[in-house]
Design a protein around this ligand. Structure first.
Ligand SMILES: *[C@@H]1O[C@H](CO)[C@@H](O)[C@H](O)[C@H]1NC(C)=O
Length: 500
């Protein structure tokens, strides 16, 4: 008898313990990527209607004087004069575009200043000194013809830039012509492998007249009620939805973003409730960019999120928690996707995570709060911090057999072994009895093997499902739809490459 009571007591304690530290059934989720935060690589055709689409924000370009056969370079990478004496081009000789319109740009240099006209002397010398582009940092790129990489660059004083000598570039050329000996002609190299195609590029590329309709059409058609029905009838019980910081400013976010993504997210919650699917809202893009990637909506590839952005970012979390905190379909709010070390310091990140956690808890005690690990940092670095937050905290790790050289030459079996051994022990090291839950918030069936058989894909995804199935919060496939088949869970399910 006494023994029985004791067992009951232990059971009750255990059950309530596990209720507060584990989800009843770990999530089998999918990422609704490229919906509310554009990821151009997943569907490049969305950019096709942009005029001059090879010159979007963040495009990296180099200019070689056809006369001198030397590259333009901000001396020291920025902060002083611009010269034209480099025989080869790398970081300092590379300029990142800020697009004003299809022909008009600012040029951002290595040290992040903008090229402009000097305030000194005649005011026509070219320098890279301003941190805040205005008219004198604004230039038109004129191509010789539509397909040409031969350009002339007009300053806002109406004159063209010329490489007047190797140590001087000035904005005082008034002639015309395209001959090689013309000091105002440059051959422009576009570093096409560095192109960014995110939300900033698509909205600013289409511009204020066209972007609202283009984005609205995308939001209305890319994910619909039907998709939630498909997911629920195929064993998926949650969606992770990437959103951008501008959603908190809907319906009139700052340029170039356009309003309407909030309504789309509202719709997702409606469909989620209808089909019994939970929603993980993931702040994927924060102001300033936490990783410099297109999917963080970086304008030019620089990572600039830091202490000065904490309050703005917490405000976005506050907005989301206030709006959805009591929604029965909300499972979790992820405070930030994929911050990168060392650009984002651990100290700053913890400060933000603490404040973001508190913001969520103002509105809900039941929603989980997800903390993304810093990429390229020790995956255990947040464990004790996360354990110190009160309750319902989750660490998010992203497991791709991609993006690191070691995967380039692995065969199918080696990839599968890597999941069974390395990923399994990485996951195990993060899983503690009274610490945060663990979420494999992104993974995919794609790998570095070309022409693998369907059976190989099936074995690879099965191994991942088994291993990530042990993650205490669950997993989320990247992504639901993608023009590359193996990245699309929809395709993988329909073609039976994945069985859930
Ligand atoms: C280019 O010109 C600048 C300014 O005259 C000079 O300081 C620098 O050493 C030169 N660099 C090269 C590679 O010639």
């Amino acid at each position: 008898m006494a023994c029985n009571v004791y067992i009951k007591f232990v059971l009750v304690v255990c059950v309530s313990w596990s209720v507060s530290f584990a989800v009843a059934q770990p999530f089998k989720a999918v990422n609704l990527g490229n919906w509310l935060v554009t990821e151009g690589w997943m569907q490049p055709s969305r950019f096709d209607g942009i005029h001059n689409k090879d010159l979007l924000d963040g495009t990296q370009v180099q200019f070689k004087s056809t006369k001198l056969q030397k590259y333009i370079c901000p001396e020291n990478g920025g902060g002083t004069i611009v010269v034209a004496n480099r025989t080869s081009a790398s970081g300092w000789e590379t300029f990142r575009l800020w697009r004003i319109n299809e022909n008009t740009f600012n040029f951002r240099v290595f040290n992040k200043q903008f090229v402009g006209l000097s305030q000194q002397g005649s005011g026509t010398g070219l320098v890279a000194e301003s941190n805040d582009p205005s008219n004198s940092e604004t230039f038109q790129i004129e191509k010789e013809n539509d397909n040409s990489n031969r350009v002339r660059i007009k300053a806002n004083n109406g004159c063209y830039l010329q490489a007047i000598s190797e140590d001087k570039v000035t904005a005082d050329f008034q002639g015309s012509g395209w001959e090689d000996s013309n000091p105002s002609v440059f051959s422009m190299t576009v570093l096409s492998d560095k192109t960014l195609r995110g939300e900033y590029q698509i909205t600013n590329g289409y511009g204020p007249d066209r972007a609202p309709q283009v984005m609205q059409d995308h939001w209305n058609t890319y994910i619909t009620d039907d998709d939630f029905r498909f997911l629920s009838s195929n064993g998926i019980n949650a969606v992770r939805i990437p959103v951008g910081w501008w959603i908190a400013k809907d319906p009139s976010p700052p340029k170039p973003y356009v309003g309407g993504s909030l309504k789309a997210l509202d719709n997702a919650f409606t469909w989620a409730e209808k089909y019994g699917i939970k929603v993980i809202v993931d702040l994927h893009a924060v102001q300033g960019s936490q990783n410099g990637n297109a999917h963080s909506s970086s304008r030019d590839g620089y990572l600039e999120w830091g202490d000065s952005y904490i309050q703005d970012t917490v405000d976005v979390i506050d907005f989301l928690a206030k709006r959805y905190g009591n929604n029965p379909s909300l499972a979790a709010i992820e405070l930030m996707n994929e911050p990168v070390a060392p650009g984002v310091s651990l100290e700053t990140l913890k400060k933000y995570y603490q404040a973001g956690y508190d913001a969520v808890r103002k509105y809900t005690s039941s929603a989980y709060v997800i903390l993304s690990n810093r990429l390229s940092a020790d995956s255990k670095e947040l464990l004790s911090f996360a354990g110190g937050l009160q309750t319902r905290v989750v660490i998010d790790v992203h497991y791709y057999n991609l993006y690191e050289g070691k995967f380039n030459n692995m065969n199918a079996q080696q990839n599968i072994d890597y999941i069974n051994n390395d990923r399994s022990s990485q996951l195990g090291a993060l899983t503690t009895s009274n610490g945060p839950l663990v979420f494999v918030g992104e993974w995919t069936g794609e790998w570095k093997i070309n022409g693998a058989s369907k059976e190989d894909y099936q074995r690879f995804t099965k191994a991942q499902l088994e291993t990530y199935g042990r993650a205490t919060f669950g997993w989320a496939y990247w992504a639901y739809k993608c023009q590359f088949d193996h990245w699309s869970l929809k395709w993988m399910i329909e073609k039976q490459y994945i069985t859930l």
